[in-house]
Design a protein around this ligand. Structure first.
Ligand code: CIR
Length: 259
């Protein structure tokens, strides 16, 4: 039986030179373009090594953050996709750029008609999606997204993540159907009371965004205790270099759409 983290296809967008100007909440220097390119290539190689056929879209010079394809859309292996409305003006135009590529793969495409929502704020568990309110996802967008996801048969829960994270999934990730990896603040919040929570050690919170693919978990290198926790849970940790993308506030889930 196909599990929620068994994917056969993914879509990514190669970073262009403007990606070094990607948004970052805490300021800081630009990452090196060669570093971004090599981390992205390593990520694509890791998707392919997991048996996933990857569609690679061309860079978009006018949208520095367009390599983070997870934010302008949501996709489901059952053939549905949702065009979202990113909550920061510089990313709004990414949706129209992504739409034609999605139309080649998805039969039913819904559009967020109200409010703002970023895909990074949506954690999809079996039968239920958690939608985080953030600086990017407002209540109108979350409610509208909930309406659409309920059409798809998913229950939804709108949650307020602890402060200080860009997106809900900056601080938590799916490990399996019953399990999430989460920072201490999320673990203590009771948000995932119905799930098994693997708590990220306090000094490794930057590594809480991981990507489960079949029997492996793509994760940032430099988080040895998270790697041990994942291995202890029976999945294979695959550490990837993420130093450059982390400088523009990104992790593992945000660089692809999977179905
Ligand atoms: C942004 O601030 O929008 C990008 N620099 C990073 C987006 C990361 N997206 C994600 O985690 N889903």
């Amino acid at each position: 039986m196909t599990r929620i983290f068994d994917f056969t296809r993914a879509m990514v967008r190669t970073p262009g030179p403007s990606a070094v100007k990607g948004l970052r909440a805490g300021g800081g220097p630009d990452p090196d373009f060669a570093g971004l390119l090599s981390e992205h290539a390593g990520y694509v190689a890791a998707l392919e090594a997991a048996g996933i056929a990857v569609t690679v879209l061309d860079p978009l010079a006018t949208f520095p953050d367009a390599l983070f394809v997870e934010d302008p859309a949501l996709v489901f292996r059952e053939g549905m996709a949702v065009l979202l409305n990113p909550g920061v003006p510089s990313r709004a135009g990414e949706v129209a750029e992504l739409a034609p590529a999605l139309a080649e793969h998805f039969e039913q495409i819904e559009t967020l008609a109200e409010g703002h929502a970023d895909g990074g704020d949506v954690l999809v568990m079996p039968g239920r999606a958690f939608i985080g309110l953030s600086a990017r996802t407002d209540r109108a967008g979350a409610k509208e997204l909930a309406r659409i996801l309920e059409l798809f048969g998913l229950a939804t829960t709108i949650v307020t993540p602890p402060p200080g994270v860009l997106h809900l999934k900056t601080a938590c990730s799916l490990i399996d159907a019953e399990t999430v990896l989460a920072t201490g603040a999320i673990a203590r919040s009771g948000l995932f009371a119905d799930y098994c929570v693997i708590e990220v050690p306090a000094d490794e919170e930057g590594g809480a965004n991981v990507l489960r693919l079949a029997d492996r978990v793509l994760m940032g290198s430099g988080y040895p205790r998270i790697a041990d926790l994942i291995a202890g849970h029976g999945a294979e940790p695959v550490p990837l270099e993420t130093g450059a993308i982390a400088m523009i506030d990104a992790g593992l889930t945000c660089m692809s759409l999977r179905w």
